[in-house]
Design a protein around this ligand. Sequence first.
Ligand code: URA
Length: 428
Amino acid sequence: FDAIEVIRAKRDGHELSREQIDWVVDAYTREVVADEQMSALAMAIFLNGMQRREIAEWTNAMIASGERMDFSGLTAPDGRRLETSDKHSTGGVGDKITLPLAPLVASYGVAVPQLSGRGLGHTGGTLDKMESIPGWRAELSNEEMMRQLGEVGAVVCAAGSGLAPADKRLYALRDVTGTVEAIPLIASSIMSKKIAEGTGTLVLDVKCGSGAFMKDESMARELARTMVDLGRDAGVNTTALLTDMSVPLGLTAGNALEVRESVEVLAGGGPADVVELTVELARHMLAGAGVTGVDPAENLANGKAMDVWNAMISAQGGDPKAALPTAKHTETVTAEADGVLTELDAMAVGLAAWRLGAGRERQGQPVQFGAGVELHARPGDEVRAGQPVMTLHTDTPERFERARAALAGGWTVEQADAERAAALRGRS
Ligand code: URA
């Protein structure tokens, strides 16, 4: 085979054979196929799609590009065998759920091996968020990860360089080539990592709405179905939830801003929508690992999840008590008239946060930890003329203009009666 032949086949709408898939994924991992060739192939897959068979074979080829982990012998310090349960979101705006969720589930004695990613397009990445904690280290060896899982119960880290290395390269390439929002590429990216990681249970949080990669419900359902089938075929106890991403989650989008909000949730407070989704996902992760009859909200209220968070941060070199970075410059966006915030578009907020420096425009670029958008109102809230609706944060003030442009038309303040306001509050 050669790369051009495979690119042409997909460009012209043909199914790729298993041999072609195995070859191209392996050759890309070995750097025989160049980034520009894989970009073209990713765009052809984006435009022409893949059959289920091709997606399964592409996923297997990505798994085979590296090693597989095995948690079957994992034990707690008291010698008890530990079940593993993990969650993965397809990506959203303000989606900081992993941060409170991993320690929460671990506080019930289920191990959470949370291999996470960096920002992708307008969506934030767990590792970028966690790295805003002074000293915290994302890269762990497999041995360090295993030890921490046994001792602390939760670990959030980058997939080791040996795990699905094909995805590692392809993920960074897709981020900067407009090839993220494709079911075959998202499903194989997520499931190759999760199957190679070897988790016993996997709960998928499939996002749907303007701020998600899947804008409509039928596409989100198709993505969920594809991933659940891939997981179950590989022996992973996989379930999926479809959740709303038409409005940002919580009141912050941006790395350190989201860590701050997550710590509020772990302290028993935080925005209701973040708490609700964290508790719901915890319930599913625990049930998959055989823990039922508990109310996960309890360990948020009583500080047990916070204890695991502190241990988890310290184990990776971070200082859970250290002040988080803040941006050098802020600007507020204010309401022009009295009324109710009736619209707050997740995509507009995600793009604004990205442009303020919370995400990347080129591969490998550092993110600004303090950058992002802080919301002061949610849909259904009343606001007065001149009142701040959002605060924009960045280290580079020339970015404000682009962020404001991204937000233009993405939020609306208008007259609305109490019934409509209440309905909007209920929805968000
Ligand atoms: N998360 C991933 O790991 N990969 C994707 O393609 C999208 C979200």
